[in-house]
Every structure is written in C-alpha cells, then in structure tokens.
Design a protein around this ligand. Structure first.
Ligand code: SF4
Ligand code: SF4
Length: 327
C-alpha cells in the first residue's frame, strides 16, 4: 500500500451522489427512442456527476501502477496521419474484409461494422460519419477473476486499464489505415465516454448481445472484453447483430445478480429510452465500483466469460430450441 493512500469506501461515494438519480439521467422508465444524456464518465463540466467522478478517479490515481496505466505516458497508439488526397478503389464488401483483416492483425480481437444512428450519439455531441467500426479486445479471464481490486491487489483493475489502452491502439492504427486509403476516420477510445454510446452500436455491429449485468456477451469471449470504435465515411458493407441465445440464457441465470455486492443487478428488463432491456441500477453500482477501482465482478463471474465455455453453451441452447420447436 502507498504510504499516502487514503481509502474511500462505498459510503464515501454514496454520500457524494447528487440529488439527481443516475437512473433518470440514463433514461430508465422513459418512452423513446431518445438520444442518451451525458453521464458520469463524460467530462465533469458536461454532466451532473462531475464531483463524484473526480473523487472516483482520484481514488484510482492513488495506486501508482494504475495511475501510470491511465496516464499520458501509456502507449495508446500512433497519432493521426494526414488523409490521402485520393480514395483507393474497392467495393463495400472488399473494404469490410480489408478493415477486418487489418484490425485483426493490429490488436483487435473483435471487429464489426454498423451505421451511425442518432440513438448512439450523446446529447450535445455529433458523430458526422455514416459508419462505425466497433472493435473489441479480449481480457485475460484469470486476471479479471481476481476482481474486485483493492489497493493491495490491483490485478483486475490493471488488466482493464491495459486492455483499454490496447483497444485505443487498435482504433488509432485502424484509423491511420483508413486515412491512408483517402477516407476520413475518427477514433473513440475508452475508458472515458465521448460522443458515442458504444454498447448499442457494438450490438448492432454483431459483437454480441446485452447481458443482465448491463455489459455485452460475445459468443467467444463472453463479457471479458473492452470496446473502442472508429467512425468513418469509408463505404463499408454492414454486419448484422449476432443473436446466439445469450439474452434467453440471462432469463434463467442469476449468477451476476447474486454476485453483485450492492445488489445493483435486477432480474427483469426495464424500459430505457423506449427500449425494453437489461438495466443495472447506476445509483447502487457506482459507489461500490468507486471503492473497488472499477469492480468487474459481474463480468468475471458470467458463465459466458469462462474460456472455452461459450461454444458448449451455444450448442446447449440450440438443442433446447430444437426440442421446443418439435414439441
Ligand atoms: S460492476 Fe460490480 S457493483 Fe456494478 S453491477 Fe457489476 S458487480 Fe455490481
Ligand atoms: S451471469 Fe448469467 S444472468 Fe448475468 S449476464 Fe451472465 S448469463 Fe446473464
């Protein structure tokens, strides 16, 4: 433990919550569809949780290795190059294949393409590019499973930070590849939120389904991955959502809900900006998330996240569907 470390527990952060509920900001119970409002992870002057965010980030920065991983000195990829004056020829399907091949060879484990929609863009921001390339970077599940982090054992938090940096590098390398071909490109690396609400776009791009724990479930990595994105005017063909049964599985699974210390995961779907979906109670999650340097328990315990398990689950779900159809 660092000698100057000052522990903040979840009560410290709970006491700093503004009067406003984060669930209202996130659109819980709202008819829609509506654009999402800026929230906790946006720059403090653009949202209502700025003081709380500063305290949570300040708590994280007390751990020297974590502070380094999130610092300007971390390797988050190359600077943007100049866009070529002429666009290179290619069909939409060719570009889709070339983008996937490049990203897969340059630190991305998942790649999918979708169109930009208003409901992915936070109020007060613009994403003036017609297409989004969503990238995923797999986490080491064994390390992730040491969650929650403490000041004495920072392994899971460091794994998350390292993979956000890898996802940033993957997006910046891909953006430069696109700029070289004469098309425009803008990166959206995490972990701080920017213009783009990444999860709905990544679902539409085929990277996975939304789980009860509010994170995505991919058919290979479960919830053990992090996202980044590149917006572009490159004429790419679009990918389709990948529905392999995770949503159905969540209906009968309670693993994440039972494992969540502040009981933030609910068993029913809720209406959020006009869409019925799984939703995690922000006001309950964030104080514990702050205390534990990013928590991560729910994504670590999700059965889909265990290496080698997802394929068997998909087969089991398919057999169950077949039996139901025969009855
Ligand atoms: S991140 Fe932690 S506190 Fe938040 S929902 Fe998941 S398990 Fe619960
Ligand atoms: S732990 Fe179970 S309920 Fe939670 S997201 Fe994973 S599959 Fe769904």
């Amino acid at each position: 433990m660092t000698s100057s470390y000052r522990h903040r527990d979840e009560n410290t952060f709970r006491a700093m919550m503004p009067e406003l509920s984060g669930n209202d900001v996130n659109g819980l119970g709202q008819d829609g569809p509506k654009r999402p409002r800026t929230f906790f992870w946006h720059p403090p002057d653009r949202q209502d949780f700025g003081d709380l965010q500063s305290e949570v980030v300040g708590h994280q920065r007390q751990a020297p290795e974590l502070a380094m991983a999130y610092s300007r000195d971390a390797d988050r990829g190359p600077r943007p190059i100049e866009q070529a004056a002429q666009t290179s020829p290619g069909s939409a399907a060719d570009w889709n294949a070339r983008v996937k091949a490049f990203a897969s060879a340059n630190e991305a484990d998942l790649v999918g393409v979708t169109e930009t929609r208003d409901e992915y863009v936070y109020e007060g921001y613009e994403v003036p590019y017609p297409r989004l390339i969503m990238l995923g970077v797999a986490m080491d599940h064994e390390t992730l499973s040491t969650a929650p982090s403490t000041i004495e054992d920072m392994r899971s938090a460091l794994e998350v930070a390292g993979k956000y940096n890898q996802a940033a590098r993957a997006s910046r390398k891909l953006a430069n590849f696109i700029l070289e071909t004469g098309y425009s490109a803008k990166t959206f690396p995490g972990p701080l939120a920017t213009a783009l609400n990444m999860i709905p776009a990544a679902i539409e791009a085929g990277l996975g389904e939304l789980g009860k724990h509010g994170s995505m479930i991919n058919r290979e990595y479960g919830s053990s991955f992090r996202l980044s994105a590149v917006a572009t005017d490159m004429p790419l063909s679009l990918d389709q959502p990948d529905e392999f049964g995770a949503d159905d599985f969540c209906l009968n699974c309670q693993v994440c809900a039972k494992a969540c210390p502040p009981d933030a995961i609910t068993h029913e779907k809720h209406k959020v900006r006009g869409t019925e979906k799984w939703y995690v109670d922000f006001d309950k999650c964030i104080p514990y998330f702050g205390e534990t340097f990013g928590c991560g328990i729910c994504i670590a315990v999700c059965p889909w996240s265990r290496p080698g398990v997802a394929g068997g689950l998909i087969d089991k779900l398919a057999r169950r569907r077949d039996r139901t159809n025969q009855d």
